[in-house]
Design a protein around this ligand. Structure first.
Ligand SMILES: [Zn+2]
Length: 416
């Protein structure tokens, strides 16, 4: 057993305690602070956390294997990125230029670009090649403080390739320092070969893909892109109900471009989270609040698409727990930095730094079912934390676009 005592930390953390849901409303802005803080970790898990005086009380110096002074840095939980598409085989910079020239995303999709060009690359890539490319995409996220990350499949769009992606995601989980949560997103787009018969693809997902993924236990969540020109509400409901029956927890890319009623569907089906929500209606927001659905907001995507941000303040006021994510993907948003996302949330969506911190840690953990292990610095959880290059987490927005991070720790080990 290895016991480590971290001291010299100005600790800022949301607190979960015995609560049974993500932090909503005024709770989202409540953060515990220990000025002269310490963390005692045993075999990578937090044994106790608090003021140095409290943590070191009754401690036998001989039982500490290592004492680490964090030098008065602000210390926050390791960031949890609850929404990424970080498994792919090629970048799409050319398409980015097309977007900058004014071509709308749904038009690029119709012309066989967008998601479908990533699908062609992932289908033809060898499994090792897909792994190597994805690993390179992933590694900067750890450098930016992300110690837990969700990764979706959805560039295969057939059973074989979706399973290949999920094997690569499982390998990333085993062979990198991050905790990785896998999500099946076969309903990311309608593949080219089903263009004229989308309902047949819905049937394939329900009858073949979902049972195959469930049979292998290859994903914890099932996600879907519910949007005009992709999957309508009726198709989304059918796929998600089948997924629920097979034991998946649910997520929905909802109301990103148009208000189709995806937020309301998330509420109706008891989804764990709804994603994007740029166009979510007041009624949809209220449905989410009533069902405890976490809003996974992706401000770097709005930024990259030059769109107005989601109405985060409205969601917090109406009692929807808000989480923050990068949406790291090759198309709409190639963002690897949670500090940048936090900065956008504070400067663009008017969250306080306390609300943004909860969004990037504890609420994000709830939205991927990891709240028992990560998302806050509390006894029993993993010793995952980030020592910031500043005295408060406000430095994440103050030093916008930079990396105000001194060190990143996963299970009590320095990893960046
Ligand atoms: Zn997404």
């Amino acid at each position: 057993m290895t016991t480590k005592l971290f001291r010299g930390a100005r600790i800022y953390t949301p607190v979960m305690g015995n609560s049974t849901c993500a932090r909503a409303g005024a709770e989202q802005g409540k953060i515990a602070f220990y000025q002269d803080g310490a963390i005692l970790a045993e075999n990578g898990r937090i044994k106790s956390v608090g003021s140095y005086e409290d943590v070191s009380k009754n401690l036998n110096a001989a039982s500490i294997d290592m004492e680490i002074d964090l030098g008065g840095a602000a210390v926050v939980p390791g960031f949890v990125d609850p929404h990424t598409h970080a498994c792919f085989a090629a970048l799409r910079e050319g398409e980015f230029s097309m977007r900058l020239a004014g071509k709308p995303y749904l038009e690029i999709l119709k012309a066989g670009g967008g998601i479908l060009s990533s699908v062609r690359k992932v289908r033809t890539a060898a499994e090792d090649e897909l792994y190597a490319f994805s690993k390179n995409v992933l590694s900067p996220t750890l450098y930016y403080g992300t110690t837990t990350i969700e990764i979706k499949s959805g560039y295969g769009l057939d059973t074989e390739t979706e399973m290949k992606m999920l094997r690569v995601i499982a390998r990333l989980s085993r062979e990198t320092h991050q905790s990785v949560v896998p999500t099946f997103m076969g309903a990311h787009a309608v593949p080219e070969e089903y263009k004229s018969k989308p309902d047949d693809y819905v049937a394939l997902l329900c009858e073949e893909c979902l049972p195959a993924v469930a049979g292998q236990g290859a994903a914890k969540f099932c996600d879907i892109f519910c949007e005009d020109g992709v999957f309508d509400v009726k198709q989304s409901r059918k796929i998600l109900l089948r997924a629920k029956e097979l034991g998946f927890r649910l997520k929905i890319h909802a109301d990103e471009v148009n208000d189709l009623g995806g937020a309301a569907l998330a509420g109706e089906l008891g989804a764990t989270s709804a994603e994007h929500l740029l166009a979510a209606s007041d009624a949809g927001i209220d449905d989410m609040a009533a069902s405890g659905v976490v809003a996974n907001l992706l401000p770097a995507t709005a930024y990259s698409l030059k769109k107005p941000f989601a109405r985060a303040r409205k969601m917090i006021e109406r009692g929807v727990p808000v989480a923050l994510a990068t949406d790291l993907n090759p198309g709409s948003c190639f963002c690897q930095s949670m500090p940048f996302v936090i900065s956008l949330a504070i400067m663009g969506m008017n969250l306080t730094f306390e609300e943004a911190l909860t969004g990037a840690t504890l609420n994000a953990a709830w939205s991927i079912g990891m709240e028992k292990d990560v998302g806050s610095l509390e006894s029993g959880k993993l010793a995952d934390f980030v020592a910031l290059d500043g005295e408060t987490p406000a430095v994440l927005a103050y030093a916008s676009g930079a990396r105000p991070i001194r060190s990143v720790w996963k299970r009590g080990e320095r990893v960046a």
